[in-house]
Design a protein around this ligand. Sequence first.
Ligand code: NDP
Length: 311
Amino acid sequence: MIDNKNNYSLIIVGAGPAALTASIYASRYNLDHLIIGEAIGGLAFEAHKICNFPTEIEIKGAQLVEKIQKHVESLGNPIVADRVVGIDHENDGFKLTTQSNKKFFSKTILLAPGTRHRKLNLPNEKQFIGKGLSYCATCDAMFYRDKIVAVIGGSDSAHTASLYLAEIAKKVYQIYRKDRLRGETLWINQVENNNKIEVIYNTEISEIEGKDKIKSIKLTNPYKGEDKIKIDGLFIEIGTVPQKALIEELSLETNEAGYIKIGIDQKTSKKGVWAAGDITNGANNFRQIITACSEGAIASENIFKFLQEKK
Ligand code: NDP
């Protein structure tokens, strides 16, 4: 239930694991706070299988998110399904404006909007979205029963996408630009031992071909030259990039890759603003659900201390 109040001690921007965990901790500190986020769970929601979250031997991202959300809601915390599009300084705090033009005020802000899928930036990439090209295997694999698909990437997103697709499709090509897959060893072993998956190393995609939908892709290998394979579906699983808009709006300091620089207490370069989760350079850049949760917890504890000292 959302009350009519619009003034808070803390507003958490985002609704992924970092944001939701921050809310759980904020509740334990009895901080009056609000979560504003348009996609509950963020990218974690899309994970087909998670096998490294304590207490969960194997769980779908959507199920894990649902559990965390239930925990948050059991503590009576409102989640506003909206997108923060503007943040301005106002008095001693901040005014936040959402896409639906609602205004909220807060003494402090925790930015946890997460990241978005990285694009390959091929000239006709956009044209094929929804016409054979997808950035989410969990969402779209079902359209490729007994078909031939290609997955681009060489880390955990690509591995889990290939493994899920191999349960449905006839054949999966996993195309990777280097000569050795990286990420979790157990995923790599499963990919390499799956007889429906063929990993094509040292190879990049240079062109997507087709008219109304994808028909084939052209590949470039520095040793073997050009090649072409016929496919029905293309899954681009090449990691993520930070959501930049609010970082720029607040002129926050970032590292070279554009992630928000934070201290060990999750503080950003701007007073009153903390950040947590995949959008930061924290946790040694090890972007996992558990490290996002940890950053959210640390941020809330530090925000609580900050507000206590201000009293
Ligand atoms: P990563 O950043 O780990 O890997 C991105 C992959 O895409 C790399 O292999 C990279 O190549 C490749 N790549 C990047 N840009 C390009 C490009 N322009 N062209 C071709 N290839 C490109 O991202 P992930 O999304 O895989 O993983 C992010 C984090 O999330 C990790 O910490 C991972 O462990 C976690 N994760 C966990 C999962 C699970 O356990 N269920 C599932 C998915 C992710 P290169 O190797 O050359 O840099």
